[in-house]
Design a protein around this ligand. Structure first.
Ligand SMILES: [Zn+2]
Ligand SMILES: [Zn+2]
Ligand SMILES: [Zn+2]
Length: 318
C-alpha cells in the first residue's frame, strides 16, 4: 500500500488517487452531509472531492460541482443493492457491461449462464413481474424441440418474423418454420413431402402437481414424454408424469379426436376444467387442463377410443 504525502493510502473506487491540497468549504460539507456523505479530502485535481459514504463507509470520488449543486450517490451502495436484487431472483451481479454500455450490467443467471441485462429489468424480475429469459437456454430448448420432430435448428430464419427459425429436416432440406409449429411437430417438409398430418401420433394424458392440487392435461403429440417435460416451467415443482398414451394412425386423426374429446368432456363435466389463472404460471399451455378427479373418466374415454369409439360421432362412449 503506497504511503506518501501525494497519494491516498487507501484505494478509492478501486484506484489509488492523488491527493489535491486545498481548502474544503463549509458549503461543500453541508451539501455532502445532506446527501449522506462526509468529505474526506480533495483528490485528482481541483475539481474533485473524496466522499466517505455514511451508509457503507466506503470512499468515492465526486466532482466538486456535483457535490455542491447535484445529488451525489454512492456507487458502492448502488452496487450492493444491485447485488441483493439479483440474489432475490437467484442471479449474481457480476459487474459492468463487458460491451461498455452503461445502461447494462453483467449477471450470472439462475441457469448458470451469464448475460447482459438492464438493472431495472432484473429488479422487475426479482419482484415477480417477469422472467429473465436466458438466450442460450432458450436456443437449446428450441434445438431439442426440433430434434424431437426430426429436424435440426440451423439458426435465424431467412424470412422476416421473430417467431421463425431456420431448420433442416432429416432429408437434408432446409426451411423456415415458426418455433411453436416446430414444438408441436406441426410442420410439413417441402423437400421430401413428409407431412406431420400423415405421421403416426398419440393422444396422451399427463399429470402435474400445482400449488392448488394435482391437474391433468389431455392432448396429442408424437412424443408425449417430450411434450410433458417441455410444457413445465420447472420440472422439480410440477413433477410431471405421462399417465398413459394411446396410438393414433395419423397426426390428422389425432387432432380431430383430441378436439372432439375436449368438447365431449366440457359438455359432460364442465366442473373439471381448470381455469387458466390456476396453472398459467406453472405450465406453458393456455387450456386443456382438468382437475385430477377427471383422470379415471378421461382414461375410460381413451379406452373407448381404443375400442373404436369416435368422440365426434355424437354416440355415447360407454
Ligand atoms: Zn455507500
Ligand atoms: Zn441459460
Ligand atoms: Zn424432408
Amino acid at each position: 500500500m503506497p504511503i506518501t504525502n501525494s497519494i491516498y493510502a487507501f484505494p478509492i473506487d478501486g484506484k489509488f488517487r492523488r491527493i489535491h491540497h486545498g481548502p474544503i468549504y463549509k458549503l461543500w460539507r453541508d451539501r455532502a452531509a445532506a446527501n449522506g456523505f462526509t468529505i474526506v479530502g480533495r483528490a485528482v485535481s481541483h475539481e474533485h472531492l473524496v466522499l466517505g459514504c455514511q451508509t457503507c463507509g466506503l470512499p468515492t470520488v465526486a466532482r466538486v460541482s456535483h457535490v455542491r449543486d447535484g445529488n451525489p450517490k454512492c456507487s458502492h451502495c448502488i452496487q450492493e443493492r444491485r447485488g441483493n436484487v439479483a440474489l432475490d431472483y437467484g442471479a449474481l451481479h457480476l459487474g459492468p457491461d463487458p460491451e461498455g454500455d452503461r445502461k447494462y450490467r453483467l449477471y450470472k443467471l439462475p441457469c448458470g449462464h451469464t448475460g447482459r441485462r438492464q438493472p431495472g429489468c432484473v429488479k422487475k424480475a426479482a419482484a415477480g413481474h417477469h422472467e429473465l429469459r436466458c438466450d442460450i437456454c432458450l436456443k437449446a430448448r428450441h434445438a431439442a424441440e426440433a430434434e424431437a420432430q426430426g429436424w435440426q435448428l440451423i439458426g435465424k430464419a431467412k424470412r422476416k418474423g421473430a417467431s421463425y427459425r431456420r431448420y433442416e429436416h432429416v432429408c437434408g432440406h432446409q426451411q423456415d418454420v415458426t418455433i411453436a409449429n416446430m414444438r408441436h411437430g406441426d410442420v410439413d417438409c417441402a423437400g421430401c413431402g413428409e407431412s406431420w398430418t400423415s405421421k403416426p401420433s398419440k393422444i396422451y394424458l399427463l399429470r402435474f402437481h400445482l400449488p392448488k392440487g394435482m391437474v391433468i392435461k389431455l392432448g396429442y403429440s408424437n412424443n408425449p414424454e417430450f411434450r410433458m417435460r417441455q410444457v413445465q416451467h420447472d420440472l422439480l415443482v410440477t413433477r410431471g408424469a405421462v399417465i398413459r398414451d394411446i396410438p393414433v394412425a395419423t397426426g390428422h386423426q389425432a387432432v380431430r379426436i383430441e378436439k372432439a374429446l375436449h368438447s365431449f368432456i366440457s359438455a359432460s363435466w364442465p366442473d373439471l376444467i381448470v381455469p387458466p389463472e390456476n396453472f398459467e404460471r406453472c405450465l406453458r399451455t393456455s387450456s386443456e387442463i382438468y382437475d385430477h378427479r377427471a383422470e379415471a373418466f378421461i382414461s375410460d374415454l381413451l379406452d373407448a377410443v381404443l375400442a373404436g369409439w369416435d368422440p365426434s360421432s355424437g354416440k355415447p362412449p360407454f
